[in-house]
Write a protein that binds this ligand. Sequence first.
Ligand code: HGY
Ligand code: MN
Ligand code: MN
Length: 424
Amino acid sequence: MTQIPIDVDAESFEASLAEMATFVDDTQDGWTRQVFSDPYRGSREFVAAKMRQAGLDVTLDAGGNVVGRLEGRGSKAGVTLKPIMTGSHTDTVRGGGRFDGIVGVLGAIEAVAAMRRSGVTLNRDLYVVDFLGEEPNEFGISCVGSRSLAGVLIPEHLNMIGASGDTLGDTLAKVGINPDSALRNAWAPNSLHAYIELHIEQGPLLEKSGHDIGVVTAIAGIDRLMARFVGRADHAGATPMDGRLDALSAAAAAVLTIEREGCGAPVHGVATTGRIESYPGSFNVVPSEARLWAELRSTDQSWLHGVKGRLAEQIGLEANRRGVSHMIEWLTDQDAVPTEPAIRDRIALCAERLGYTWTPVPSGAGHDAAHMVHLGPMGMIFIPSVGGRSHCPEEFTPIEDIARGIHVLAKTLSELDVTTSLAS
Ligand code: HGY
Ligand code: MN
Ligand code: MN
């Protein structure tokens, strides 16, 4: 295989990253660009322009994804070859950072530009995608665009109601995406030769390992729940402790139960309560109602299944002990997804050929790649997060690390292009 050097223009990438960081809701901390917001709308026009600059034909698909296509030699010659896809997301969490997802979109665009500058032409069509709404939104659904493309966006998702009282479907329609079309936007299963995503690790493992590149072994499964507790409002001063039906205390016990389960996980497993609310929220009234939203993650599917049952039992015991009724609603259950061994090997080989060190690493974070596995063999390339920090303004990855990631991405794309079937 001819080893054509692919020169990545780190400065140009850095300028794009800085411009992307200007599309934010500046009433919030950090860098906030949430899906369906005005800053998000502006940023996607910027992404489309950068895609065109790199020579990609750009469309907005029925699932709200910005899709750039680089026609391969095969298509030009009328030969049908399975395409390759890469991409990520450009929406952020509230008070987020400048790199999560963005590196995988702008980095893929720079990889295309670098390959073209270096005279590397591909046989297969290459798609670069900025997926709609990867972060969990007010409706509790993440990865809206990649679910749509993978054919796993379902009517129940569109009927979920957000804090605004609108459904996800209503909100898609408001931003010009036809919800019914989003449900019919799926590509055929196994229609991709390969899907590769470049992403920051968002945790401490890669930085601690001292290696340049993370070859992702699996993407953690995620189970999200909402638990509701109903007790009884009483006077906080006149009601004896043993005569209360305190909904918030039952919820607090559940928070600690969830934490305990995560800490006790024998494998890579974590458990987080991200939000708790209580009513009426006054000092002098025993809370009559409380809700909490939590999630469990693991790359070990059996732990995930087991912990759901244990949590339901323990949360129930704590609530019953306080005379408080409760219900648990499981919002999403996304299974752990292993990456394709042949793609892991190819990423590792490319890193070595470029003189970079690499190590296998699990992904505790969820990604669009977890859905793209429905369309073909999937792999992910990680670059380090300084201090393991992410989903916060402190999120940072030095440009040298990003350039290495883009370099490995470009080389992996160009080598996968000439490989035969990758599916195990
Ligand atoms: O939550 C996640 O893991 C991803 O960053 N959306
Ligand atoms: Mn994220
Ligand atoms: Mn992400």
